[in-house]
Ligand binder design. Structure first.
Ligand code: C5P
Length: 218
């Protein structure tokens, strides 16, 4: 299984992070959260006062921040220019702005290159929106996680204090539409990916299903 890459894609709230970390732990692999990298880029743009309604302004500056991702599934880390941004990148302001930043082709070129560098020789579970289609099209195991909009919103509002499931569902639907209709590398199911609907499954059941796929395909 040396060099294994497990590509884990799907919309927000489908369970990608918990499942990816669980699979990485079970197999002794590293873990990369590519969404955290797009969030870190967005956090930096907001700090700098870049006009996020202006894709050219985003493109002009996206080469500047130094984004460093730790890949331990027990405690993934994310730093921008040596600042720990694990907390700030989950705040509402970043969540509301990240899709606009992630839609800029120059941002994607830079972050995909960085992701491929980290993935290197493999032994890693990578979660995102375009891992099986763009970042690692040759990954032997590609999973596309889905869940009903209600289940996804429910999970997110359980994680975030102060939001209702309804408000979450609306914000997620907006983000999913932006992510799946953008011109560059939209969220879609990659060729060769296996769809796993997590709506009625427990976390343990989803992890077991992915481990079964890994066994079957390696
Ligand atoms: O996974 P997470 O919800 O943290 O991702 C935040 C945002 O980053 C997504 O809504 C999407 O706009 C962007 N993203 C992306 N490509 C990836 C991972 C995330 O465009 N591979």
């Amino acid at each position: 299984m040396a060099g294994l890459v497990v590509a884990m894609d799907g919309p927000s709230g489908s369970g990608k992070s918990s499942v990816s970390r669980g699979v990485a732990r079970a197999l002794g692999l590293r873990y990369l959260d590519t969404g955290a990298m797009y969030r870190a880029m967005t956090w930096w743009m907001l700090q700098q006062g870049v006009d996020l309604a202006d894709p050219a302004a985003i493109a002009a500056r996206c080469g500047e921040p130094r984004i460093v991702s730790g890949t331990d599934p027990d405690g993934p880390t994310i730093h921008v220019d040596d600042v720990d941004v694990a907390g700030p990148i989950r705040e509402t302001e970043v969540t509301g702005a990240v899709s606009a930043v992630a839609a800029v082709p120059e941002v994607r070129v830079r972050l995909v290159a960085l992701q491929r560098e980290i993935i290197g020789a493999g032994d890693i579970v990578v979660e995102g929106r375009d891992i099986g289609s763009v970042v690692c099209p040759d990954a032997p195991v590609k999973v596309y996680l889905t869940a009903s909009p209600e289940a996804r919103a429910q999970r997110r509002s359980a994680e975030l204090a102060g939001t209702t499931a309804e408000a979450q569902q609306e914000a997620m639907a907006r983000r999913d539409t932006l992510d799946s209709t953008r011109k560059t590398d939209p969220l879609s199911m990659a060729a060769g990916a296996v769809e796993v609907d997590t709506t009625a499954l427990t976390l343990e059941e989803v992890i077991a299903e992915v481990l079964r796929l890994v066994k079957e395909r390696t």
